[in-house]
Ligand binder design. Structure first.
Ligand code: PMM
Length: 306
């Protein structure tokens, strides 16, 4: 049996990750499946993310979890070492890199396509050096100096996510005239900075930043108006997985649903956004969303443009 195909944890006790012995050729962005929306799996290597914080506090446990998602069919594994939970403390780029780089390197070696979820240009650059293929930046309107130049120089795909302020301030920055129009206008402003640095339009993937500086109602309003984001002419990524507004929606007897009780609603949104042409969804629970994007494609979802 190809040792690469062994499920993590099934090897001898002395070798908990036999899958890593035989490196696979690096996965390429251009080789991602076409004809359906993609599933990006969330792998937070943090002590404090809002829904899965602390689960993967060591590199080995994060690598094993990432491999499980890869074998479950995730198209992209999104590795992050900095919590973006509202109110979260800043993490230094050094600490962030200590957390994520071994994980990125191991998953790349196993043949996964990896994106690096970071707001720091130095972490993005270090992750690209060990094989990450996409930069997923949630800094939004507060783009870090050097990030645009890095994206232009390396020519990698870049997720431009809408967010006002940072993790500490974003929850109070929810004044919009018309949330969909304002988000598009503000994304255009950051996009102009990226273009000015030499980033090409086809490198940019747009994300409305569900839950970032938005109220619950504004999140729903954005999801209702995906076509306005798509009209910007880029691929669109949607990240709703286990977010608080789903907990509120699923309240029973005055008690919001817990993060792990929000996966069915997440998969429902995957189906609906895939049917409306989203390029990819960012989720914790890979299987149901992968099924949902296949259903949407079979029912004739618009080609998500990749
Ligand atoms: N949400 C989180 C983190 N990174 N990246 C993108 N592109 N879009 C998102 O919506 C997004 C993100 C916060 O959720 P988590 O704590 O579950 O990772």
């Amino acid at each position: 049996m190809d040792s690469l195909a062994a499920a993590p944890g099934t090897g001898p006790a002395t070798s908990p990750l036999p899958v890593l012995r035989k490196p696979r050729p690096a996965a390429k962005f251009e080789d991602l499946p076409t004809g359906r929306s993609l599933v990006m799996a969330i792998l937070n290597v943090t002590p404090d993310s809002f829904s899965d914080g602390g689960k993967h506090a060591t590199a080995d446990s994060a690598i094993a979890a990432g491999l499980r998602m890869f074998y479950a069919g995730a198209d992209i594994i999104d590795v992050g070492g900095e919590s973006t939970r509202p109110g979260a403390e800043d993490v230094s780029p050094e600490e962030e890199q200590r957390r994520v780089l071994p994980v990125v390197a191991a998953l790349v070696k196993a043949g996964a396509l990896v994106s690096i979820d970071t707001t720091h240009a130095s972490t993005a650059e270090a992750a690209l050096e060990v094989g990450a293929a996409i930069i997923n930046d949630v800094s939004g309107l507060t783009l870090e100096p050097g990030m645009a130049e890095l994206v232009a120089r390396t020519k990698v795909p870049y997720v431009l996510t809408h967010r006002r302020g940072d993790a500490k301030t974003m929850s109070s920055l929810t004044d919009y005239q018309d949330v969909a129009n304002d988000v598009v206008a503000e994304l255009r402003g950051v996009r102009d900075k990226l273009y000015a640095a030499g980033v090409q339009p086809e490198q940019i993937i747009i994300d409305p930043g569900i839950g970032f500086s938005k109220t619950d109602e504004q999140n729903w309003e954005l999801l209702r108006n995906l076509d306005r984001l798509e009209a910007m002419g880029h691929k669109v990524l949607i990240g709703v997985s286990r977010k608080r507004f789903l907990g509120t929606l699923l309240t029973v007897a005055g008690k919001a649903a817990l993060p792990e009780e929000r996966d069915a609603a997440t998969a429902a949104i995957t189906a609906i956004t895939a049917a409306r042409g989203a390029w990819a969804v960012r989720v914790h629970d890979v299987g149901p969303s992968l099924d949902a994007v296949k259903v949407a494609a079979r029912l004739g979802a618009p080609n998500p443009g990749h």
